[in-house]
Design a protein around this ligand. Structure first.
Ligand code: CDP
Ligand code: CDP
Length: 203
């Protein structure tokens, strides 16, 4: 059985949280595609200047703990503007989506570019203030130098770069269903996503 769920949206909207929960609910595999761009960004920060080298990723490059910093997020959004970088990462994502048993991929261009034929497309969003506050609460225990204003600036700068780039910009697919999580608990956001996927599975 092949079944693809595409989840896109701006920074810290809850894409990963919703993706993980729906993957667990339906027994689907989950790929956080942001980690791929973060891994490339981290390599560039370490001095890798050739695209081929920066984009040839192994599992050792994909440790979420070291990649979930504001510095790596900014570097990721800068490399993500480069069409060559994006092209180098397409095959891996599309192969992941094709696996038997179902797959959930979350990112910015899953419903528009990577999996335009996905069975369900969700666009998870929330106000910038709400997203920045959530990301601040997540980062602050690990990084005491994180500030509310700094995290808001990071989120807004990345959103702008992601929305305005020429290749695979952040935009809801025409057939995506928008879930605004500004006033939703995690449980309610997950329940909405599960219900929409359930409906598509039985259609
Ligand atoms: O993957 P993405 O960057 O879109 O966001 P995330 O890492 O899933 O969520 C960012 C933070 O918001 C996490 O700490 C979540 O627990 C939290 N969150 C929330 O408070 N309410 C929601 N409805 C969804 C996520
Ligand atoms: O978790 P958060 O939403 O903060 O970011 P992420 O999903 O880890 O993505 C980091 C950066 O990678 C984004 O700001 C985008 O510039 C880029 N990205 C992308 O261009 N395309 C994707 N499919 C996923 C991420």
């Amino acid at each position: 059985m092949k079944f693809v769920v595409a989840i896109d949206g701006p920074a810290a909207a809850g894409k990963g949280t919703v993706s993980k929960a729906v993957a667990a609910h339906f027994g689907f595999a989950h790929l956080d595609t942001g980690l791929l761009y973060r891994a490339v960004g981290a390599k560039v920060l370490k001095g890798s200047d050739e695209i081929a080298a920066a984009t040839s990723l192994t599992s050792a490059d994909l440790d979420p703990e070291t990649l979930r910093t504001s510095a790596v997020a900014q570097a990721a959004s800068k490399v993500a503007v480069n069409p060559e970088v994006r092209r180098a990462l397409v095959q891996f994502q599309q192969d992941f989506a094709k696996r038997d048993g179902g797959a959930v991929l979350d990112g910015r261009d899953i419903g528009t570019v990577i999996c335009p034929d996905a069975d369900v497309k969700l666009f998870v969003t929330a106000s910038a203030a709400c997203r920045a506050e959530r990301r601040f609460l997540e980062l602050q225990p690990k990084d005491s130098s994180a500030t509310r204003d700094g995290v808001l600036a990071d989120v807004e700068a990345r959103d702008k770069r992601d929305r305005e780039r020429a290749t695979a910009p952040l935009i809801p697919a025409e057939d995506a269903i928008v879930i605004d999580t500004t006033d939703l608990s995690i449980d309610d956001a997950v329940a909405q996503a599960v219900a929409l996927i359930e409906k598509a599975r039985t259609a």
